[in-house]
Ligand binder design. Structure first.
Ligand code: AMP
Length: 275
């Protein structure tokens, strides 16, 4: 069933299946249960692979030994509505994520995680990365709600996601950032696509944006500063003291201001090169 799904859980399961060379039976009527799992008919039986949330909804008791490690994601296999077993997957935190989060914190940017995963996994990942908070067992439509709520609190929200389910939240966010390796729908909705799927690029683009903005302000001050001083002088405000800025000198100042602004803009490259 997981062969028909794009979910990272499905990708992980299929990777393992390929390693173990299990033969895969045919399936019929595949259906993705949004935010909860997948289902299909296999060899005449109704099979579901679902989240712990789905079991709770159906009042099926979650086996106590299912969670041996808080950082694991566990999905449950139901055969004809009965719990048949579970599959535990460990989430590998990419080292680039930790680096990116360090940069966000240094720049006073709050980092929150919204995940369909269970509370335990979400907390373990959040603690490990030192996040400012997390939302666990989030259903797709709730992601948009989370973004909206943060915006109502006056926050400027940049949202990163890769799934079909993330698209509405990416559209709602002030800046939507899609992971390049994710689904086309996410990429089409987002404002920015991370072509290398590297979370560190989010940090880089924020720093780049800030540095560009600062240069813009600096250059505005340089360009305006010249005019504020030189125009009154050219107009003769100091005529009574015997000084008038002549047109020739005025032209030199005019060119100088352009040169300084251009050189200052060039320095941006050097600044970013150091990062
Ligand atoms: P999502 O919001 O898409 O991450 O899905 C939320 C939860 O639903 C996951 O954490 C899983 O427990 C379950 N789920 C979603 N898709 C699948 C799948 N293809 N196979 C197994 N479980 C899934």
């Amino acid at each position: 069933m997981e062969q028909s799904s794009e979910h990272p859980i499905a990708v992980g399961i299929i990777k393992k299946v390929k390693e173990t060379k299990i033969s895969i039976p045919k399936l019929e009527n595949f259906n993705a249960i949004t935010g909860k799992g997948v289902e299909a008919k296999v060899e005449g039986k109704q099979i579901k692979v679902v989240s712990p949330g789905y079991l709770r909804d159906k009042k099926i008791t979650i086996p106590e030994d299912a969670y041996s490690d808080a950082a694991e994601t566990v999905v449950f296999v139901l055969i004809d509505g009965k719990l048949a077993g579970y599959i535990a997957l460990a989430d590998e935190i990419r080292p680039e994520s930790a680096e990116a989060i360090k940069v966000f914190k240094k720049n006073n940017i709050k980092v929150l995680m919204a995940t369909g995963d269970n509370e335990k996994t979400a907390k373990a990942v959040s603690d490990k990365l030192g996040l400012d908070g997390y939302y666990a067992e989030v259903l797709p439509h709730q992601k948009v709600k989370i973004v909206k709520e943060l915006q109502e609190k006056g926050e400027f929200v940049a949202m990163t996601g890769d799934g079909v389910n993330d698209a509405p939240a990416l559209a709602q966010a002030n800046v939507g950032i899609a992971v390049g390796s994710g689904t086309d729908v996410a990429a089409e909705t987002a404002d920015i696509i991370l072509v290398n799927s590297n979370p560190q690029d989010i940090a880089n683009l924020i720093l780049f944006g800030k540095a560009t903005y600062n240069k813009m302000i600096q250059n505005l001050i340089w360009a305006t500063g010249y005019n504020v001083v030189a125009i009154p002088l050219a107009a003769g405000v100091l005529y009574s003291s015997g000084f008038v800025l002549g047109p020739a000198l005025g032209a030199v100042f005019m060119s100088l201001s352009t040169i300084i602004v251009a050189i200052n803009a060039q320095l941006l490259k050097r600044k970013l090169g150091k990062k």
